[in-house]
Design a protein around this ligand. Structure first.
Ligand code: ADE
Ligand code: ZN
Length: 354
């Protein structure tokens, strides 16, 4: 339960604010209800009595930092086993994008995990067909623009990452960038140097996860900058513990896609103090939901008002956090200009409305 009090004016401001999110795993948007429904239509019996029991299974205990990610990932990978057909990936994507429309998220970059599907016999073509159809509906019927980020699962062998990139060539025009996710322990960025060199040579944009409070996290951030040569870091909050990292990230204009998400057991958004510090130190910070189907923080519209209050962000600062996302987005200048224009108009109207 969240005890943060959010007043009506703040809610109203956030509801109308033009938004983008750059860090959301499309598989992590799978809600318990949709998971239940897809399992039934695919003839899969889930080991839960009903949706309530399924939802309760995702109520992560308060863990110590190093095991938290693994516990979370176990639930995430269990959840996505129901996804088998193009229709499953389409419905997942449309659910998420319909919510984006309702919450004024105008642009989203959707990460997806091809290895987690091909390794259990789901063809990449089926995944891509469903995502493409979902994104088409998003653009044409819901007015939400998207791009795709192919995430390499860092806890799988490097040769499977190379195979994933090779297979993805057939769908090159649908994929904007490459990311690196899953279990960070003993899987440092340097392990993927060759994969990132290959991706760079094929013209992909580059990002990578450096999850919060992982062992060796600052060294991993350093490797992302020096070895993988990314333009963005997903999470990356521990950078603030090292002034040299802060200076370098600021000088290089690295965008950080932070996620102040919370679980059922939490009483407030997590990591907000450190995100506030990043912002105050002039880093390009953005706010994102990561896995809104699994976290109690949910989607942008639900998460942001609590984050605004907990972090003491002003209206102008919340707008700047969204501007950071539009500026860090992997889109052409025409779309960027249009999206930034929507923010400017909104803030002018808001200012005149006092
Ligand atoms: N895959 C899906 N969500 C993830 C996260 N938060 N960290 C690492 N890998 C993930
Ligand atoms: Zn993530």
């Amino acid at each position: 339960m969240i005890f943060t009090q959010v007043d009506q004016r703040t809610r109203h401001f956030i509801a109308g604010l033009p938004k983008a999110e750059l860090h959301v795993h499309i598989e992590g948007t799978l809600t318990p209800t949709r998971r239940w429904e897809i399992a039934a239509r695919n003839g899969i019996r889930l080991p839960y009595a009903d949706i309530t029991a399924l939802t309760a299974s995702m109520d992560f205990e308060a863990p110590d930092a190093p095991t938290y990610l693994q516990k979370f990932l176990a639930a995430y990978y269990e959840g996505i086993e129901v996804l088998r057909t193009p229709e499953d990936f389409r419905d997942l994507t449309v659910d998420y994008l319909a919510n984006c429309r309702d919450e004024r998220v105008l642009y989203a970059e959707l990460s997806f995990d091809p290895q987690a599907h091909t390794s259990r016999g789901v063809a990449l073509a089926a995944v891509m067909e469903g995502l493409a159809e979902g994104r088409r509906i998003g653009r044409q019927e819901l007015g939400v623009e998207t791009n795709l980020i192919l995430c390499i699962n860092r806890d799988r062998p490097v040769d499977t990452a190379v195979s994933a990139l090779t297979e993805a060539r057939k769908f090159r025009d649908q994929i904007m960038g490459i990311g690196l996710d899953s279990d960070e322990l003993y899987n440092p960025p340097a392990k993927f140097r060759a994969v990132y060199d290959l991706a760079r040579s094929e013209g992909y944009r580059l990002t990578a996860h450096c999850d919060v409070d992982q062992p060796a996290t600052r060294e991993n951030i350093r490797q992302c900058l020096d070895i993988l040569k990314v333009e963005r870091i997903d999470h990356g909050i521990n950078a603030i513990e090292d002034p040299a990292l802060v200076d370098e990230a600021r000088a290089r204009g690295i965008t950080f896609t932070t996620c102040p998400t919370w679980r059922q057991i939490d009483t407030a958004p997590r990591r907000v103090d450190r995100i506030r510090k990043m912002y105050d130190q002039g880093l390009k910070v953005t706010l994102n939901t990561d896995d809104p189907g699994l976290f109690a923080s949910g989607t942008m519209g639900k998460m942001l008002p609590a984050v605004m209050v907990a972090g003491g962000f002003t209206f102008a600062e919340m707008a700047q956090l969204m501007i950071n996302a539009f500026e860090g987005a992997w889109i052409d200048d025409g779309l960027r200009h249009a999206l930034l224009g929507r923010t400017r108009e909104y803030m002018l109207d808001w200012g005149n409305d006092k």
